[in-house]
Design a binder for this molecule. Structure first.
Ligand code: CP3
Length: 351
């Protein structure tokens, strides 16, 4: 199935937008910028909207999720909305006991560790994504010509939460399982790839104009483990949406050594974290790949002249890639002054 004729990519709303033009490897007149975690605690209007509503509960209320998604677009004039949701939403919708503990992150009632745990994972059915489709529909109606980016967690990052049952620093659980019990690992990663892939498909079909796969913890893997035990499942997740023709972006942190392998999963653009200079990322990818990034989130709290010089440097070097979408090297820290983000968008649009 392809996109319906009234999809924003098909009916003239977003196909020529600066974001989609850059993702497709061309140079738009206006340099596109958006921020990972642009919807969130840095915005007073977000804190008001979320009062008394749990994180995952908020994601599943279509009107609220749409409102929160649009807030940063309205305020900052960024070139894209990123759908307000979470990488564990497919698990929640499939019936797995998971919540987001404030200030901690995803926590499961029962970690998934044994072959029996994996065999007992629920069967996936696309009807579970009805509230997601509805939220996306409401969001794109309001966004008009500004594209919405849909997203999903890459299987490795989602499986890391499932196995550990909570956030962890070194991800020993998944790294042990991939070597110690490869068949259980494979079954878990296939289930997770399909859950993330169907979640992303629901968003793109309902109106998102691009898709981003977040492999936030891929950087805890060496290249060989990444290629063998993570990348094939990221590719499998994206197989769910390739026929739709929306541009796809792949982002992770600590991935300086993995960028080539992340591109080879089959995407249009690669997100670069703040650790690697963008010109070095471009060099490692042979100058052939559209890049997204990589303003250091730490500099959002530095004096303006320091931040401005840093951003100008990234814009200058980003220009040697076939396309460049400005973003942070990871998410907006909650304590960020939102005025700095608005000013940054103005600066980037003026260069
Ligand atoms: O603006 C956006 O980027 C939109 C939505 C978005 C959220 N989570 C909302 C959210 C996106 C794209 C994500 C993806 C996500 N979720 C990732 C990948 C991106 C990354 O940051 O590396 C990961 C690893 C998760 C899992 C997760 N969810 C974590 C680690 C946390 C942080 C816990 C905390 O409170 O610090 C969450 C919660 C979460 N997801 C929040 C938001 C806005 C904060 C919850 C709140 O506002 O109370």
């Amino acid at each position: 199935m392809t996109l319906s004729p009234d999809h924003p990519l098909k009916d003239g709303r977003t196909a020529q937008s600066p974001l989609i033009t850059a993702y497709r490897g061309a140079r738009p007149s206006n340099r596109p910028v958006w921020f990972m975690r642009q919807a969130g605690r840095s915005l007073p209007e977000y804190r008001t909207a979320r009062e008394g509503v749990g994180m995952l509960e908020a994601c599943l209320k279509p009107e609220l999720a749409a409102e929160i998604t649009v807030q940063p677009v309205r305020r900052h004039g960024v070139d894209a909305g990123i759908f307000f949701s979470d990488i564990v939403i497919p698990l929640k919708l499939a019936g797995i006991g998971v919540d987001i503990a404030p200030g901690v992150g995803p926590v499961l009632d029962r970690p998934i560790r044994t072959p029996e745990d994996v065999a007992a994972l629920p069967r996936l059915d696309d009807s579970i994504f009805a509230p997601i489709r509805e939220a996306v529909r409401l969001t794109v109606e309001e966004l008009g010509n500004t594209p919405l980016i849909g997203f999903a967690g890459a299987p490795f990052t989602v499986a890391a939460y499932m196995i550990e049952g909570r956030p962890s620093r070194d991800h020993l659980g998944p790294r042990t399982m991939m070597h110690g019990d490869p068949s259980t690992w494979q079954a878990l990663m296939e289930w997770t790839a399909d859950a993330s892939g169907r979640f992303l498909r629901a968003q793109i079909e309902a109106g998102a104009s691009a898709g981003q796969l977040f492999d936030s913890w891929a950087g805890s893997l060496g290249l060989e483990d990444y290629r063998r035990s993570a990348a094939p499942y990221s590719s499998r997740a994206l197989d769910h949406v390739r026929d739709l023709g929306a541009p796809l972006v792949h982002f992770g942190t600590g991935t300086s050594e993995l960028l080539g392998a992340m591109y080879e999963v089959g995407v249009d653009a690669v997100g670069v974290d703040y650790r690697l200079p963008i010109q070095e990322a471009n060099r490692r990818l042979g100058g052939r790949v559209v890049l997204q990034g990589n303003i250091d989130p730490a500099l959002l709290a530095a004096p303006w002249n320091v931040l401005e010089a840093h951003v100008r440097e990234i814009v200058r070097h980003g220009a040697s890639a076939p396309g460049h979408v400005l973003n942070l090297g990871h998410g907006v820290p909650p304590e960020t002054d939102p005025g700095v983000l608005t000013r940054l968008v103005e600066l980037i649009h003026s260069i």
